[in-house]
Ligand binder design. Structure first.
Ligand code: 6PG
Length: 497
């Protein structure tokens, strides 16, 4: 029997789907999972794929040494195991089973990017460590995910043909095509090992923001405009035909038009309003805070999930904090909806701008030289934030690879100028009617801060100097010259620090 092209360790939902996708594209796969249920399921499903023409074959092994023996060299071993210590344990087991230093281990899980950086260092000379962040969930992994690859560059030539084959594809207009049609693959080599997982982390931060923005639009329509879930679903369906076209908008339209099979009510009305999270959005927000990059809309999306979790407190406060609201006239619903549509678009572009600012900052500090146009390209299909406007983001970074902020790209600046009055009216309407809009309004504040040549940090610096002698720079002198005022003296003096 010929040797397999790749091994997949971990045959749970994602690992099995990636393995089936590889077989579908003609690659031979060796599988391993300590759980016999996962193993048997993978064997059964792979058999159905392999029986067709031009498909790869799948074998499942029960020991790591047999798994290694089943592979062509250099061996390529993909891990689809939970992030954290398990990744290190499996790699150590592989080393004990006879992994050679030319062999390639690819972590396809949602690992913390700094762990990937550490692993690349740690395993140098023992194996070629590589990472590939996968977006698209189960269906994406099975039929075409977005693949953010990074790690030892010498390994990429062995992995590239497989990743390009199984990734989602787009046509020349940036529109998704079928898994076996020709097109540009949503897979790319992005840099050293931490880069792929970092880019995926930021993808997830944007995903959190995008989801929250859509949820706020839904909530406003339901609470302030008193539209039914089905009506909102239809409006989202229409919006999905235009500039707001995205996978998340598409599924939101479908979800809102789905009934609960038990009560026949709209499904969303029986789902408990407490958001879960696995942590990648939190990682992005923490990273933004640590790096000093303003990403308030992403952070706000994480906080919004946290506040949703305080259900009992919210129910109590609903009774107690019944502040009187000025009646807002929403008689022209169509006009209000156009404003809301525009607000959603502007806030969404702003959330992406914050995500790309994070990418740019960390690319500089880590010296990754990330290619932002390429990142936007591989997000055009397969991943959860796939959206038609990623084609426009691609163009913006192709026109100016060093763009300081996405909101400054001429195309987006023009669109936001046209839509910003709807954005402002929406935030005002939400505030007046008491419907929370944390992410849409935080995006507006970010936008306004960005376009403010002057911010009140002058007063803030003076406050810091007043109580802590932290010093300030002057507008009329070099920034490097720092001064302190003798605040407690009757006759105040300024001292050069
Ligand atoms: C993807 C998703 C995927 C997953 C996240 C979201 O790109 O395929 O982002 O990684 O859905 O884990 O998780 P939480 O919302 O639970 O944090």
């Amino acid at each position: 029997m010929s040797q397999s092209n790749i091994a997949m360790i971990g045959l749970g939902v994602m690992g099995k789907s990636l393995a089936l996708n590889l077989i579908d594209h003609g690659f031979d796969v060796s599988g391993f999972d300590v759980n016999p249920v996962h193993r048997d399921k993978a064997i059964a499903e792979a058999a159905l794929v392999s029986q067709k023409d031009h498909k790869g074959r799948f074998i499942a092994l029960t020991s790591l040494s047999d798994l290694l023996a089943s592979l062509e060299t250099p061996r390529v071993i993909a891990l689809s195991v939970p992030a954290g210590e398990i990744v290190d344990n499996v790699i150590d087991d592989l080393l004990n089973a006879g992994l050679a230093k030319q062999d390639i281990v690819i972590d396809t899980g949602n690992s913390l990017w700094t762990d990937s950086e550490r692993r690349e260092q740690q395993y140098q000379g023992k194996l070629r460590f590589f990472s590939t962040a996968v977006s698209g969930g189960e269906v994406g992994a099975r039929t075409g995910p977005s693949l953010m690859a990074s790690g030892e560059q010498s390994a990429w030539q062995y992995i590239k043909p497989m990743w390009l084959a199984i990734a989602a594809k787009v046509d020349s207009n940036g529109l998704a095509v079928g898994p076996f049609e020709s097109g540009e693959a949503c897979a790319a080599y992005l840099g050293p090992a931490g880069a792929g997982h970092y880019v995926k982390m930021v993808h997830n931060g944007i995903e959190y923001a995008d989801m929250q923005l859509i949820c706020e639009a839904y909530h406003f329509m339901a609470q302030a405009l008193r539209l039914s879930a089905a009506e909102i679903g239809q409006i989202f369906g229409q919006w999905n035909q235009g500039v707001l076209n995205s996978y998340l908008m598409e599924i939101s339209a479908e979800i809102l038009q789905t009934s609960d099979p038990i009560t026949n009510k709209p499904l969303v009305e029986v789902v408990l309003d407490k958001a879960g999270q696995k942590g990648t959005g939190l990682w992005t927000a923490v990273n933004a805070l640590q790096a000093g990059v303003p990403a308030p809309t992403i952070a706000q999306a994480v906080f919004a999930r946290a506040q949703s979790g305080q259900k009992a407190l919210r129910l109590q406060a609903e009774q107690q904090l019944n502040t009187p609201l000025k009646q807002v006239n929403f008689s022209d619903v169509d006009a209000i909806l156009i404003q809301l549509h525009d607000a959603l678009f502007c806030a969404k572009v702003t959330a992406y701008a914050q995500g790309f600012d994070l990418l740019k900052t960390t690319s500089c500090t880590e010296r990754w030289a990330l290619d932002y146009a390429n990142i936007a390209k591989i997000w055009r299909a397969g991943c959860i934030i796939r959206a038609h406007f990623l084609q426009d983001i691609t163009k913006a970074y192709q026109n100016d690879p060093e763009l300081d902020n996405l909101l400054l790209a001429q195309d987006f600046a023009t669109q936001i100028e046209a839509k910003s009055s709807g954005w402002r009216s929406t935030v005002a309407n939400a505030a007046m009617s008491g419907v929370p809009m944390p992410a849409i309004s935080s995006a507006l504040s970010y936008f306004d801060s960005l376009r403010s040549g002057v911010l009140p940090a002058n007063l803030l610096q003076a406050q810091r100097d007043y109580f802590g002698a932290h010093g300030y720079s002057r507008l009329d002198d070099a920034e490097s010259n720092r001064y302190h005022l003798t605040w407690s003296d009757n006759e105040k003096r300024q001292i050069l620090q």
